[in-house]
Design a binder for this molecule. Structure first.
Ligand code: FES
Length: 126
């Protein structure tokens, strides 16, 4: 079981919920009453962008690249999602290249494309 913490969405939408590995973040949000704006649900409009923090990566792990690589979850991000995030200037082209090259999750994700792999903190993008 995986902890998903929604923070900054306001009122009773700020909560911790339990998800399963492989769940889609947008479905977890919707089924728990957390409203994330959507339009396409296909990874192209950018409406559902959220900030993500991987809670399985501790400060100590972030101290060196080697520690990070050894401990962080490998996360595949589709080209379509990365292109949308770059297009809306949510991430830089360099961040997208690093995400692709090292299978790392960017700090902004599209909830409709984000498959949950570990404990995460989710905040609104704006
Ligand atoms: S709803 Fe359009 S990118 Fe997620």
């Amino acid at each position: 079981m995986i902890n998903v913490i929604f923070c900054g969405f306001g009122g009773d939408m700020d909560k911790r919920v339990i998800a399963r590995q492989g769940d889609l973040l947008l479905r977890v949000a919707e089924s728990n009453g957390v409203k994330i704006p959507t339009d396409c649900k296909d990874g192209t409009c950018g409406s559902c962008a959220v900030r993500i923090e991987d809670l399985s990566v501790t400060k100590e792990m972030k101290s060196t690249e080697e520690d990070y690589d050894a401990n962080a979850q490998s996360v595949y991000m589709d080209d379509k999602e990365l292109d949308t995030l770059v297009g809306m200037a949510a991430i830089s082209k360099k961040e997208a290249e690093i995400a692709q090259q090292y299978n790392r999750q960017t700090h902004v994700r599209l909830a409709c494309q984000c498959v949950i792999k570990s404990d995460i903190l989710v905040k609104p993008f704006v």
